[in-house]
Design a protein around this ligand. Sequence first.
Ligand SMILES: Cc1cc2nc3c(=O)[nH]c(=O)nc-3n(C[C@H](O)[C@H](O)[C@H](O)COP(=O)(O)OP(=O)(O)OC[C@H]3O[C@@H](n4cnc5c(N)ncnc54)[C@H](O)[C@@H]3O)c2cc1C
Length: 269
Amino acid sequence: MRLETTYRPGVIPLPTEKASVEHILDIRSWCDKLLSFRTTRSRSFRFQPGQFVRLGMKSDKGGVIWRPYSMVSADYDEYLEFFSILVPDGAFSDRLSRAAVGDEMYVEKSPYGYLTTSRFVGGEDLWLLASGTGIAPFLSILRDLAVWGQYENIVLAYSVREARELAYQEEIVGLGSDELFADAKARLQYVPIVTRESVPGMLDRRLTELIRDGSLEQRVNLPLDQARARLLLCGNPQMLDDLRGILQERGLRPDRSREPGNFASENYW
Ligand SMILES: Cc1cc2nc3c(=O)[nH]c(=O)nc-3n(C[C@H](O)[C@H](O)[C@H](O)COP(=O)(O)OP(=O)(O)OC[C@H]3O[C@@H](n4cnc5c(N)ncnc54)[C@H](O)[C@@H]3O)c2cc1C
């Protein structure tokens, strides 16, 4: 997944052969380690909500640093939006933390990934379970009108350590009153989870525990039932590993191309 390339004429193709050159339009800082940025979007770039694309930024050493990023923006937005962690000593993080409006951003021409609702067969309730920046693909999925027509209930559980890491709160809460979804059949229930602070009205235990002991189901008054539930999981690999085990203990199955099931996941590292 990780690529760091130094471009030598005639040896490694220039980034523009596989990527379009876009420009940063806007940068929004959430806290010292989280930011969102928008870029211009090539008219030919198409993706399904939930997919990711490889982004490239020129490094100070002369190469290009590539990292995969999920699209936050809707498939119909004229721009692309991404939500990013700034990891201490991370090569991409370091470059991104110094980025400015107008800077170049390479965006590969083809998106990737199967963390999409189109993969599922049937189901009444869509559960979107995110840790940290794993919320990114779900923000795009939640702006897809087809998803609001496909399910009766949508549950978004977004787990972070500290309340200041909860990004996109106004946007998420505003979805319920967005006129775009006014006639949609689905009802959205949003469950923010903060594990290292006690915040009134928010759950404060790990997502794994909340699923294991049924607290999340009680909170939204829906069962994690094999016939009804379809789940997408995204973020921290250890948490996702634990979650997959707990879901399987509950009789839910991974969704595979030849064997339709209940859940699919995407690890961020
Ligand atoms: C399919 C896919 C989609 C991704 N989408 C996103 C996205 O939308 N937003 C995003 O911020 N990152 C996303 N990532 C991770 C991203 O590609 C980079 O790893 C991240 O931006 C850090 O890059 P870096 O070069 O600074 O550090 P890296 O050298 O890539 O990572 C260093 C370490 O930082 C930690 N780390 C990496 N990514 C994260 C993260 N997202 N949250 C917490 N800790 C992390 C891990 O411990 C990792 O070993 C995605 C990864 C994959 C595989």
